[in-house]
Write a protein that binds this ligand. Sequence first.
Ligand SMILES: Cc1cc2nc3c(=O)[nH]c(=O)nc-3n(C[C@H](O)[C@H](O)[C@H](O)COP(=O)(O)OP(=O)(O)OC[C@H]3O[C@@H](n4cnc5c(N)ncnc54)[C@H](O)[C@@H]3O)c2cc1C
Length: 441
Amino acid sequence: MGPDPRPQPRVTTLAAAADDFGHLVHQTPNAVLLPASAHDVAAAVRRAAGQGRRFAAQGRRHSVFGRAQARDGVVADMGRLRTLHAVQRDRVVVDAGATWREVVAATLPHGRTPPVLTDYLDLSVGGTLAVGGVGSATSRLGVMSDHVLELEVVTGQGEQVICSPDRHPNLFDAVRAGLGQVGVITRATLPLVPAPRLVRRFLLFYPDLATMLGDQRLLVHEPRFEGVQGAVLATPTGGWTFRLDLTTPFTGDPPDDPALLAGLSDDRPKAQPSMLPYLDHLNRFTVLERFLRSNGQWWFPHPWLTTFVGDASVESVVDSELADLPPADLGPLGQVVLSPVLRESVRSPLLRLPPDPVCYTFNLFRLPATDEAGEARRLVMANRAVYERVRDVAGTLYPVSAFPMSRDDWRRHFGAAFDRLSEAKHDHDPGHVLTPGYELF
Ligand SMILES: Cc1cc2nc3c(=O)[nH]c(=O)nc-3n(C[C@H](O)[C@H](O)[C@H](O)COP(=O)(O)OP(=O)(O)OC[C@H]3O[C@@H](n4cnc5c(N)ncnc54)[C@H](O)[C@@H]3O)c2cc1C
């Protein structure tokens, strides 16, 4: 069982709206609204624009660097906009404030599921589609914003517009992974696929990075595992160990284990196979969440860094970053996430990836054992330095990261796609009302 999926009454204070999961940036808004409809959102955007204020939608406030905040502006807590509309065989229509937990609670009884889900289900649909959405199936199936049929959005001019690949495609492409710069998502139509009953899972261990990367390169090109996720973990003796978490969902006969593992170079005696219900697989973050809540670390600062590195440089970059990374900077429960992504599977134009056909998430999932503010600031600056080294080898940012970015940084980040975003901003949010937290325009 994960957290209670039933809608909870919501009260958002100015102080809560000036905080997020990172607990690193605090911008107090002038007002917090609880819109109950897209119409309310549209009216609120128009009112904010008329008052010369900025406007930010807040989903579950799991941003880590104030990206959902608006100093002196208007913040909309999207939590009341969480209706799950009709579940059909191939699609579901959901209001953007719903969480993925609520989405799967509605679709699984129909034997259906979204094809890609984040590793953590308590994120809002709108907040996730605004950044992309990376999950265990991303390696071969892309990000969650690639799996959207239609969006209802409110633009920075307070207009309600339906967009899709066929209707207002430029707006559709600027909203998906567009960091909330041109529209607030109020409703999404998401594709559904048959939900598996069970998941076969293997944790495989590797003595070194090169061997793990070799298996990732092999697996990302083959359909044997849907989920291919790598992690680098600190060992008690001060070194690093390398782990692949491989998952294959199924419904009828279990898959053939020897065929799944054929040709892999892991330390086989250490392999940990398991079989789990699909929902338990989706809930895999819950154990860590419970622990972090129970010892208070959930409320500590979270200076996370999330990037993508291309195949050509991944080994040298990760090797040298690990050489300089004190395990204490990750925290005892932290880890480096290193998972392959087939570039061609990602179709959201604003999700920036390195040019290599295979890329890797390279994330410092820091869970510091202290809430000391100076230490958090030091790690934010360390993030910036790592990002610059990643960028020097054509790596890119997954913008769920804790460190400041200047307008020039963002321009460089979006590269050839910046003009497209800029044009969409000009067309749909010319007054620069929406989502100031990225400091992008
Ligand atoms: C514990 C934890 C686990 C996570 N796991 C994953 C993971 O597995 N994969 C992954 O990709 N990410 C993951 N993340 C990061 C997460 O996807 C992003 O932080 C996401 O933006 C958070 O969603 P949210 O609903 O909390 O959004 P918020 O933090 O509320 O908002 C995020 C951004 O989106 C904007 N926004 C919010 N709602 C809307 C809307 N309706 N329309 C337009 N813009 C909107 C906000 O203004 C803000 O800029 C995780 C974060 C945490 C804290």
